[in-house]
Design a protein around this ligand. Structure first.
Ligand code: COA
Length: 171
């Protein structure tokens, strides 16, 4: 299985719905720090009361087996994704967010299409993501891209909070 070799620091150029180009590249720690503060101000993280410092530390950090990616359009970083390749015969999208001004332009969709392309090239069987049950917009996005809800997980990260595990079969 070639999972961990995927998303290995290269720079990718992808088309978005609105005719633009999304660039996927490694996320620098300063950009991760900055974006963490932005994302703490929007749902679902605002609704759950995440501290900006917590999200900034997560996005600015480095972990073995995890890729922090910057999503850039028009020369500016407009979002971030964290992918764990080779999670369960396929990559797990651990984090995805686009700054409010850039939402709805196809960046999230382009990232999902890219993840699928890379996973298929690596002969993986699945794509995985989990979304909070209150995050109906994100769940709709994943369903539109072929993910199915396969389990509701009680309290995996926080008491009283349900996460919906979603899977897209590639085989
Ligand atoms: C979910 C998110 C990553 C999608 O990225 P995006 O670049 O806006 O997505 P696209 O433009 O490719 O597709 C838009 C779809 O995203 C979903 N969406 C969720 N929140 C949205 C928002 N504020 N504006 C527009 N679309 C939103 C909708 O399903 C929309 O599809 P629709 O046309 O059926 O309504 C982005 O809206 C975001 O960062 N939201 C806040 C953080 C979040 O919920 N992250 C996911 C955690 S699992």
């Amino acid at each position: 299985m070639s999972g961990p070799a995927m998303f290995d620091g290269a720079r990718y150029e992808l088309p978005t719905d609105d005719g633009g180009t999304l660039i996927v590249a490694p996320l620098s720690s300063p950009e991760g720090e900055r974006l963490g503060a932005v994302f703490a101000g929007i749902d679902p993280w605002a609704a759950y009361g995440y501290a900006a410092s917590t999200l900034s530390a997560f996005l600015a950090g480095h972990e073995p087996g995890s890729r922090r990616l910057a999503l850039s359009v028009d020369g500016a970083v407009a979002g971030a994704a964290v992918v764990r390749p080779g999670w369960l015969r396929g990559p797990y999208l651990q984090f995805l967010a686009v700054v409010p001004e850039a939402q709805g332009r196809g960046i999230g969709g382009a990232l999902l299409a890219w993840m699928e392309r890379e996973a298929r090239a690596a002969k993986e069987r699945n794509l995985w993501v989990a979304a909070s049950e209150i995050n109906t917009g994100a769940i709709r996005l994943y369903e539109r891209h072929g993910f199915k809800q396969i389990a509701a997980l009680d309290d995996p990260a926080w008491d009283g909070r349900v996460e919906i595990l979603m899977r897209k079969r590639l085989t």
